[in-house]
Design a protein around this ligand. Structure first.
Ligand code: UD1
Ligand code: CA
Length: 495
């Protein structure tokens, strides 16, 4: 018998309207990034993963930006005009939720470490006990700033007292309200009517409904989070950094459990969105960001940054390389110190080596760009060899143009390819060429000044300099024999 997912009938309210004064930022708190994602994405995505039926996000501070960051996710927005407290925020959803009797989850936009199992448990406990509400608690060594769980002598929940209103004795309570609740919808909105404004802060506090329920003689249960970090709320930059450290560890533990070797987890930064295959080895100082996927058996050497890129299996990225928005097929070797900019596509076994920059370019199967090159807006065929220092001159000062190099071309070192230009299959380009015209297949192209050798001229020049040195005094400037430019001018005139 398959069990019905109780989440499919649950609705969720995400509180994201506060401006987060304690962050001391121009950016609304829920927009601050944590491991590459704005804080508000965490509770929203968690509800979506759980399969919650409707997700209502309460927005206020920088509402447009918050809506923008959630664009594309199936959520609805409810406006809270003035941030008059968490109870007031929930009240704004009353019209949308009118008549709804089922489970209503309430999550804060600033509690990103919460886990699916924990929320599921909160719903299950409420459903199985018939309680009017369940709420998540955790015990913290430093509970400062949180609402404290006040219990009676029998250990039964009595009320929640906010830090700003707590007595010195209450402040010593280490059990805190994580700000994550599951309510019976109708009971919640009924109880909210009785929440009074805080005398200290002038706001309506959602945890006050707990006291209201208890007074009404309703059953309400607490559920303690299995992992105390799950209840961490982000109010300050220091808490943001602490949460990032916990989340980073959690992401790393999962990767290691899946067979990824991290040589130095404390210096490795991997976003939650990154996927890595087994037997891949990640060296110290590596940063993996955004929608990046890395295949199996890859090695990422120290101090590389890879963002929004796909690496297939057996790819080696040598030290100090940056890969952004690129696709790398099986067996490629990149770096050291390579920079792959967005739109780069490397086919299998390709190599982009030392101090090379690649942008919006396809590098064909087995092709090599090993040293000191710029390849931009180009298509490089299979088994092409690009000599050291080769540059695609893609920009004429006004527009960008493409370079096409067909299969098995050999490009000599220090070649300039002035785009738009095509080099036909199997052609050879002499080192030092500036190629401005199409090169036909199998041709050899020389695009450089012919060499001139002046027999004995070096020895004669040397003798002349020595005589001048003996007779003393520098020669007049226009007759300096070893001046490079003067010599070249002379060579052109006389040859
Ligand atoms: C809240 C709880 C506290 C709990 C803690 C857990 C209240 C009054 N207190 O405190 O018991 O221990 O979370 O982290 O609820 N928000 C709105 N509109 C508002 C005010 C806040 O949408 O008018 C949103 C904020 O954007 C934030 C969330 O609600 O995402 C929580 O608000 P915050 O001010 O951070 O509450 P805390 O003081 O941390
Ligand atoms: Ca908070």
């Amino acid at each position: 018998m398959s069990r019905v997912n109780p989440m499919r009938d649950a609705w969720a309210i995400i509180l994201a309207a506060g401006d987060g004064t304690r962050m001391r930022s121009r950016l609304a708190k829920v927009l601050h990034p944590l491991l590459g994602q704005p804080l508000v994405h965490y509770p929203v995505d968690l509800c979506l993963r759980l399969g919650v039926k409707r997700v209502l996000v309460v927005v206020g501070a920088q509402a447009e930006a918050v809506k923008q960051t959630l664009a594309g996710r199936p959520v609805e927005f409810v406006h809270q005009g003035e941030p008059k407290g968490t109870a007031h925020a929930v009240l704004q959803t009353a019209p949308a939720l009118a008549g709804f009797e089922g489970n209503v989850l309430v999550l804060a936009g600033d509690t990103p470490l919460l886990r699916e199992e924990t929320v599921r448990n909160l719903v299950e406990v409420r459903t199985s006990t018939g309680a009017v509400a369940t709420l998540l608690t955790t015990k913290l060594e430093n509970p400062v700033g949180y609402g404290r769980i006040v219990r009676d002598r029998q250990g039964r929940l009595n009320r929640i007292v906010e830090d700003v209103e707590a007595t010195a004795e209450e402040r010593r309570i280490s059990e805190i309200n994580a700000g994550v609740y599951c309510f019976s919808g109708s009971a919640l909105f009924e109880a909210l009517k009785y929440v009074k404004v805080s005398r200290v802060k002038g706001e309506f506090f959602l945890p006050e409904v707990v006291g209201v329920f208890i007074e009404q003689g309703q059953k309400i249960y607490t559920v303690e989070a299995a992992d105390p970090t799950e209840g961490l709320g982000i109010n300050t930059r220091a808490e943001l950094a602490a949460a990032a450290a916990f989340l980073r560890q959690r992401v790393q533990q999962l990767l290691m459990a899946d067979g990824v070797t991290l040589l130095d987890p404390p210096t490795t930064y991997i976003d939650e969105t990154v996927q890595i295959g087994p037997d891949t080895v990640i060296y110290p100082g590596v940063v993996l960001e955004g929608m990046t996927t890395i295949g199996a058996g890859c090695v990422i050497y120290p101090h590389c940054r890879i963002q929004n890129s796909h690496l297939e299996d057996q790819v080696t990225v040598l030290d100090g390389s940056i890969i952004l928005g690129s696709e790398i097929a099986e067996g490629c070797v990149i770096g050291p110190y390579a920079h792959l900019r967005p739109g780069s596509q490397l086919h299998s076994e390709a190599k982009v080596g030392n101090f090379c920059e690649v942008k919006k370019a396809v590098i064909g199967e087995g092709a090599k760009v090993p040293h000191l090159s710029y390849i931009g807006d180009a298509t490089i065929g299979a088994k092409v060899n690009i000599g050291a220092g080769t540059i695609t001159c893609n920009f004429d000062g006004f527009a960008k143009h493409r370079t096409v190099i067909e299969d098995e071309v050999f490009v000599g070192s220090n070649t300039n390819l002035v785009a738009p230009v095509t080099v036909g299959k199997g052609a050879i380009i002499a080192a030092g060429s500036t190629i401005t015209e199409a090169v036909p297949p199998d041709a050899i192209a020389f695009g450089r000044a012919p060499q001139v050798n002046k027999e004995g001229r070096a020895a004669a020049t040397r003798r002349k300099r020595q005589q001048e040195a003996r007779s003393g005094g520098p020669p007049p400037p226009d007759s300096q024999p070893l001046d490079g430019q003067g010599q070249e001018r002379e060579a052109h005139v006389h040859s």
